[in-house]
Design a protein around this ligand. Structure first.
Ligand code: PPE
Length: 305
């Protein structure tokens, strides 16, 4: 990762090298924090942030789950995001807001700890690689299951939740795959380590529901709103691992991943082993929207320059 210019930290813009945290930060020891990932696109009318307000709403919702009080309003953080983007003229395409319990005491109880908030901009590029974005990603099912809603607040974007994802991603990488497929505690399909998942089979497009312990992805929501415009309907339902093996198409969605085709799962080719037509159509439409080429979805873009 290349350093960028400035990072917004607790209300001020600071230089990249100065954006450091205290070693006794609760968020570092116990994962007591929440974060977001937001894409920034270069459109013909300048740089635009995709679904900024929706991401910030989820940020506040995640914070509420761990009782983290964010000392800024939604509006202030949206403004701060635009401010930090403006302060970074180098090549950036991804925004990372994070809020966490700071330092002051060692121990799990975070109640008296201060809340720290930061917003950084980086260059991410294609999340799993350019080849994968174009020809499809290789998935393997993780031996680590997604914690159930009884075990963790998995619907919220909490830092500590991601240790499970890190274990799964390490396993996938060691097996030569691009990404892990996570199953829920009942053995049904949940999501990737950093993406939601969709299946196309016999003309039906489906995706697991929130009860499978998934993150309610904003890209997932975007795809569910774009699909009807193209004449497709999407159902939320339980999906099994073996159903995925025989799907016509499988794709992942995420801010970082965007709409990403899957070409194989556990060494079984999906469909023709290359991106399917519906996946490509949705990916193309998603790109047109992020480029500001669709009037109906212009409200998803916040122009900054
Ligand atoms: N599930 C998980 C577990 C997840 O982390 C993400 C986002 C999604 C689904 C998709 O959500 P959305 O981005 O709102 O469509 N993962 C973020 C972090 C990736 C990272 O490696 O860091 C992201 O895509 O920004």
């Amino acid at each position: 990762m290349e350093p960028t210019e400035r990072i917004w930290m607790d209300g001020k813009l600071v230089d990249w090298e100065k954006a450091n945290v205290h070693i006794l930060t609760h968020g570092l020891h116990y994962g007591g924090g929440v974060f977001e990932g937001i894409r920034l696109y270069k459109t013909s009318k300048g740089r635009a942030i995709f679904r900024l307000k929706d991401h910030m709403i989820r940020f506040f919702d995640s914070a509420k789950v761990i009782e983290l009080k964010i000392p800024f309003s939604l509006d202030e953080l949206c403004k701060a995001t635009k401010e930090v983007v403006k302060a970074n003229r180098s090549k950036v395409d991804y925004i990372r807001p994070i809020a966490y319990y700071g330092s002051g005491a060692v121990g799990l109880n975070p109640i008296k700890l201060p809340t720290k908030v930061a917003i950084a901009c980086i260059f991410m590029g294609a999340y799993l690689g350019d080849e994968q974005q174009k020809y499809g990603a290789k998935l393997v099912t993780s031996s680590w299951e997604k914690p159930s809603n009884r075990a963790a607040a998995v619907n919220a974007k909490i830092c500590g939740n991601y240790v499970n994802s890190v274990l799964a991603r390490l396993e996938a990488v060691h097996k030569g795959a691009d990404e892990a497929l996570m199953l829920d505690s009942g053995g049904n399909v949940a999501e990737g380590t950093g993406e939601n998942i969709f299946m196309v089979r016999n003309g039906e497009i489906s995706t697991p529901g929130m009860a499978s312990g998934i993150l309610g992805g904003i890209t997932r929501d975007s795809v569910m709103k774009i699909a009807p415009e193209l004449g497709y309907e999407i159902t939320e339902r339980d999906i099994t691992r073996s159903e995925l093996y025989v799907a016509d198409e499988v794709f992942l969605t995420g801010t970082a991943a965007e709409v990403l085709p899957v070409r194989s799962i556990d060494d079984r080719s999906i469909g023709a082993g290359k991106p399917g037509p519906i996946t490509m159509e949705l990916a193309k439409e998603f790109t047109s929207i992020t480029m500001g080429k669709r009037k109906k979805f212009l409200h998803w873009l916040d122009y900054v320059d």
